[in-house]
Design a protein around this ligand. Structure first.
Ligand SMILES: [Zn+2]
Length: 502
């Protein structure tokens, strides 16, 4: 139904390029002699790059030889160079379709950073150790993660972009495409990562544009064994393939994060209004939602086995950022997401000044699904984001054979946060995701996200989700949703939301 987006090809190219560049980082010797690890090469992710030129080859050619030497390189001397690129980085963005004024943001960041140049000397960030490499402060690099359970040469390594700031602060991780067909997050991570200036960053940002490379290559949501990776966190080193992959990713990457934003889109021909999902009983999660301006925030603690839930259980505040539909890249969703994450960086005091996204508080919602009661072709009468009153017509489902037509009317006063695209549906298909504003007392008071390592109280959600038959493939469908008609005004509104999500 959907054309593969044109962006896909360059994207693939750049992914391949990323991988070829990053293979060096796959340092075999994780068990280092004296606890030392090779220093990662500073490749200055914020350096302006004319994408057309760079994607082909010149970049890797020059990079690869350098990277063979794991000796420390250029952090200090390269510093001045990072200044020049900075302004131009804006122009890189400017030629991208993004409508946001990142050039200005950038300039603003630069401006405010000037006075801060002084204190920098006092508080110096530590090198970041990740994936067998050490990333010095004020540098950026590409590393690679590959699940330990692959067999030699078969599994491709997943690029991990790292920007380690000059100043100390929390590590924010951005993960995308845990579902291989969810493209908006991939582009969002790229835009954020390639416009960060390590010299003006407090803490580190770790971006994994495509977690599920297996699925991505096949344009599929799932892993090759048709399991949903996002139902297997935090994983099990002795479990199913999906579970081992999840375990590897969780323990090699996620545990190094002080906060995580996991990017998703709607599933199965559904599209989502850009929205955050998080457990609003968790004060640090609430803190994360505060930076997103008037963005919709949906309360849910996450389905079992999702990265979000597993990370929160391990003491790492995590939100899901949902925007758009699978298999499609849409500018509105991407730029909203980018803007949101940049504002979050500000909220976490990691950047001195990205332009704040206005002051409005986020709007918190609970939600419920309205389903097709009959099978047929669904056509919607409402638009994403629209406010609806009880009784409003949301859409119709028409049986193409019998010509019987049924209406779906809203059972609530609320807002359309997600919806099915026009398609053929079965009876029971979750068609409209209606947000119902949450009472303020439901939301915990926010609490700072800090660089402290999370309390290690990792829970084994594993076994339960694990090898069950339904672990395969179908999980996201409405199965876990709440019976239609049951209002969701309660504060502990559990899995409803996840059905179309992660
Ligand atoms: Zn997803």
């Amino acid at each position: 139904m959907f054309q593969r987006p044109p962006l896909r090809r360059p994207l693939l190219c750049s992914v391949l390029l990323l991988m070829s560049v990053s293979t060096f980082a796959l340092t075999e010797q994780e068990d280092d002699p004296e606890g030392r690890v090779p220093q990662a090469e500073n490749i200055e992710l914020d350096r302006p790059i004319d994408e057309e030129v760079v994607i082909p080859a010149p970049q890797p050619e020059t990079k690869q030889p350098e990277s063979k030497q794991p000796e420390p390189e250029l952090p200090e001397s390269e510093q001045p160079e990072t200044q020049a690129p900075e302004t131009a980085a804006g122009s890189d963005e400017a030629q991208s379709p993004a409508r946001e004024k990142s050039g200005e943001d950038k300039a603003a960041a630069g401006d405010t950073a000037v006075p801060e140049e002084q204190p920098v000397a006092e508080e110096v960030a530590k090198p970041l150790r990740l994936l067998g490499s050490e990333v010095p402060p004020a540098t950026s690099t590409r590393l690679a993660w590959s699940p330990s359970q692959h067999f030699e040469g078969v599994y491709s390594a997943t690029p991990v972009l790292v920007v380690n700031g000059a100043k100390p602060g929390p590590s924010l991780c951005l993960t995308a495409a845990i579902h291989g067909d969810e493209l908006n997050g991939i582009e969002t991570v790229r835009r954020v990562m390639y416009n960060l200036d390590p010299a003006n960053l407090s803490g580190a940002v770790i971006g994994v544009p495509i977690v599920n490379l297996q699925g991505f290559h096949r344009g599929s949501r799932y892993l090759t064994d048709r399991r949903d990776l996002n139902r297997h966190f935090p994983g099990d080193p002795n479990g199913s393939s999906a579970s081992r992959i999840a375990h590897s990713f969780f323990h090699e990457v996620i545990v190094h994060c002080n906060a995580v934003v996991d990017l998703h889109t709607g599933s199965f021909y559904r599209t989502n209004l850009p929205q955050l999902r998080g457990d609003l009983t968790n004060p640090k999660v609430v803190k994360m939602t505060k930076g997103f301006g008037s963005t919709v925030v949906l309360h849910s603690d996450g389905a079992k086995g999702t990265l979000r839930r597993a990370a929160v259980n391990a003491g790492i505040p995590t939100v899901t950022l949902e925007a758009g539909a699978p298999m499609v890249l849409d500018e509105v969703s991407v730029s909203h997401s980018v803007k949101g994450i940049r504002t979050l960086l500000n909220q976490l005091a990691m950047v001195s000044k990205f332009r704040l996204w206005g002051d409005p508080e986020p709007v918190y919602y609970n939600s419920t699904w309205q389903r097709a009661t009959t099978g047929g072709i669904i056509f919607s009468e409402v638009k994403l984001g629209e406010s609806v009153r009880k009784g409003d017509l949301l859409g119709t489902v028409t049986n193409p054979i019998t010509n019987v037509r049924k209406e779906i009317r809203s059972e609530y006063n609320g807002r359309v946060l997600g919806m099915a695209m026009n398609q053929v549906v079965q009876p029971g298909f979750a068609a409209y995701h209606i947000g119902i504003q949450a009472p303020q007392e439901q939301i915990s008071p926010p609490e700072e996200v800090t660089a402290e390592s999370p309390p290690a109280k990792e829970e084994k959600t594993e076994g339960a989700t694990e090898d069950t038959a339904e672990g395969a493939a179908t999980t996201d469908e409405p199965a876990s949703e709440k019976p239609a008609g049951e209002p969701v005004e309660r504060s502990q509104e559990p899995e409803t939301v996840e059905s179309d999500e992660d």
